[in-house]
Write a protein that binds this ligand. Sequence first.
Ligand code: CAA
Length: 291
Amino acid sequence: MEIKTVGIVGAGQMGNGIAHVMSLAGYDVILNDISGDALDRAMATISKNMERQVSRGKITTDAHQTALSRMTTTTTLKEVGQTDLIIEAATERETVKQAIFEDLLPHLKPETILTSNTSSISITRLASRTDRPEKFMGFHFMNPVPVMELVELIRGIATDEETFRACKKVVERLNKTAASAEDFPGFIVNRILMPMINEAVYTLYEGVGSVQSIDSSMKLGANHPMGPLALADFIGLDTCLAIMNVLHDGLADTKYRPCPLLTKYVEAGWLGRKTDRGFYDYRGETPVPTR
Ligand code: CAA
């Protein structure tokens, strides 16, 4: 089956990035969100990020304009259901995702492939609540989507080969690389990345190092592009905590227990960049460590 149209549910950080790369690759995109304001913000972000690519010579002004003309937005799921491939990129909460798939079902074409950009929730469980577990899989992008080259493709227990092949072709057309992962908590990237971030928070919690020394150590000592605490702020501390809880519950091993300090930041509403405060305070000109 050839994918021509893509429906994206959720216009947040991940959804707008996915719409960005899909439209540049030539797919007709319908971007959905329950909030019209969120859609307006997403379109402004996409345009700004594409302008940045134009100014760095990565894409032409023509490509930018054509990509924007391939995108439409909607606050209802009706038209989204008529696309060939749907990527759900809503909040990382299972009840929210399940409700979206249930609401989509009456509008779907028989051949529509359903996918979720979940970073850790069971694909098999999400698929089991739909009418097409064999046409359901995990399609996990990394942030920032226009820059990161990897997409994890996760098969649920029932996913068929045709669905996997169709999704892999899409990843290739995006000029990205697919890594195939089995459906276990956190898949590959987050199974490895999140315990590292959580350990960085423990290192801070136990007073081994300050925010600055921990981040400098990993940037300069391990050649990571960002320190683990800056990266946690970038991903969102609520997302990091949610993924640690999925690892802890799903693998039932105490080595995945979330650091109490991570929980405290989330309880304070200090969620990182999106709330202007996390391990760093972003309200001034340059980020200032909060510990
Ligand atoms: N859209 C388009 N282009 C973007 C962009 C965006 N949103 N963000 C950055 N860029 C481009 C910049 O224009 C720049 O392009 P050039 O190389 O042509 O100059 C390039 O990316 C680098 O950006 P900057 O110069 O602004 O900054 P930087 O060199 O510090 O890089 C970064 C920024 C790419 C984010 C880099 O710090 C990095 O790779 N950080 C780690 C990111 C990471 O680990 N992501 C994975 C998170 S885990 C995840 O996503 C999974 C999950 O489920 C939680």
